[in-house]
Design a protein around this ligand. Structure first.
Ligand SMILES: Cc1cc2nc3c(=O)[nH]c(=O)nc-3n(C[C@H](O)[C@H](O)[C@H](O)COP(=O)(O)OP(=O)(O)OC[C@H]3O[C@@H](n4cnc5c(N)ncnc54)[C@H](O)[C@@H]3O)c2cc1C
Length: 401
């Protein structure tokens, strides 16, 4: 029996499993001849794009029934070692037991983590919405504010990072705080960023609408200033200003899983493996990378994939397809993703942009309804049914939107 191991059950890992299982199915090969195994600590998809919302503990979707429906084996463990010379991964199970898993092909889809620089107080006092546990910790803290006496520190949330995630979490905060502290509470939300503009990566096109939405929700900005230190009651900025706040949320960018450093391959500044056109790790033909662990060229203009769901889904589907294709004697295919769109939540409103220059296409209630649709339907796993699962896989691998 040959084995394809997929590390991670996020968006990329799930779609890698779906695409590999579909190709195995249409090739008439049985799971006894080609095993597809997904290794991840939990058998559910964490809906990371929703972790800035209230009730984050509910932002997961089960994967075991889906994997069962397509004969994919789920291994509940973390990978802590990749030995590409030996074609094995070292895994650690929940009870601490260690095992070694051999593979014929590997798809690394272990995602990313928030980058936390060594700022005094950040590790102790900083919150985030990066992983499920982080978002649950923040939610509990916010709920607990209701039991503290009113003060500027209690009533103020500071979001450090004015990128996509920072804006989404900041514009959600006024309504979340009012729900907890009462509609009349004197709340304050501030976004900090070292850059001189908000949402620097999105370019100038959507900026006036973003600034308007921040004003509309009462979210302040402090631009051109970084975080110098945090303590229990506030944050000190690089310009010397102090803001009293019991809730500082760090949203300063992501780094790929540290597992990428175990591959003998070039990585970019975010720690992502720079992969070949068919998402193979250069020099290591048995290993593919996808999702937030991979940096891949998306089109003939040289754009590169971002740490985003839309890229993770397609990267996962193509990596899973190609890894299985290699074992089944089918030609691999190049990764291509022509379109790039975003839907940025701005609290009571949203904007939908298209293209690498983020041209605003939809705004207001229509964009907000679309964000809801994306966040509650489109990014969830397909039904645990073979036909529905394989259809979703083909959609992720081939359809541009
Ligand atoms: C608050 C927030 C908002 C976001 N909003 C958007 C948005 O609006 N639009 C968008 O496109 N993107 C958004 N993103 C980014 C998006 O969530 C990521 O790009 C996406 O989750 C990447 O998918 P992935 O499968 O590569 O990694 P992940 O979804 O992170 O999944 C990684 C998987 O690997 C597993 N894993 C990790 N380490 C190991 C290990 N050592 N061994 C085994 N398994 C391991 C994890 O448990 C998980 O199952 C947002 C992210 C955050 C945090």
């Amino acid at each position: 029996m040959e084995r394809l191991v997929i590390v991670g059950a996020g968006f990329a890992g799930m779609h890698a499993a779906l695409a590999a299982a579909r190709l195995r199915d249409i090739s008439g090969v049985s799971p006894d001849e080609l095993e597809i195994a997904v290794v991840a600590p939990e058998p559910h998809l964490v809906i990371r794009p929703r972790l800035y919302e209230s009730a984050p503990a509910t932002m997961t979707a089960p994967l075991s029934p889906l994997f069962d429906s397509i004969d994919v084996r789920y291994v509940r463990a973390s990978v802590d070692r990749i030995d590409s010379a030996d074609s094995t991964v070292g895994i650690v199970e929940a009870d601490g037991a260690r095992r070694v898993l051999r593979y014929e092909r590997l798809v690394l889809a272990a995602g990313s983590q928030l980058f936390r620089p060594n700022i005094p107080g950040l590790a102790t006092y900083g919150f985030s919405v990066d992983q499920l546990e982080d978002a649950i910790t923040l939610d509990r803290h916010l709920m607990g504010l209701a039991h503290r006496p009113a003060s500027a520190s209690r009533n103020t949330v500071v979001v450090a990072g004015g990128g996509f995630t920072g804006i989404e979490v900041a514009t959600e905060m006024p309504s979340r705080l009012r729900a907890i502290l009462g509609s009349g509470a004197d709340i304050r939300v501030v976004i900090l960023d070292r850059n001189d503009v908000i949402a620097p990566a999105m370019g100038p096109n959507p900026r006036p609408l973003i600034e308007q939405a921040l004003q509309g929700t009462g979210v302040e900005t402090r631009l051109g200033a970084g975080v110098e230190a945090l303590d229990a009651t506030g944050v000190t900025l690089s310009n010397g200003e102090r803001i009293e706040s019991a809730t500082v949320i760090w949203a300063g960018g992501m780094r790929a899983s540290p597992l990428t450093a175990q591959l003998e391959a070039e990585c970019d500044r975010s720690g992502r493996v720079i992969v070949d056109a068919d998402l193979r790790v250069p020099g290591t033909p048995q290993v593919f990378a996808a999702g937030d662990t991979a940096r891949a060229v998306t089109d003939s203009l040289g754009h590169v994939s971002l740490m985003s769901c839309q890229h993770a889904n397609r990267l996962g589907a193509v990596a899973g397809y190609n890894a299985a294709a290699d074992l089944l004697g089918v030609a691999t295919e190049p990764y291509r993703q022509k379109n790039y769109v975003t839907c940025l939540d701005l609290g009571p409103t949203a904007i939908f942009t298209r293209g690498w220059d983020s041209q605003v296409e939809i705004t207001g209630d229509e964009a907000k309804a679309m964000k809801r649709e994306i966040n509650t339907k489109w990014i969830y796993p397909p039904r645990a049914d073979r036909t529905a699962a394989f259809e979703a896989s083909e959609w992720a691998r081939l359809v541009d939107y």
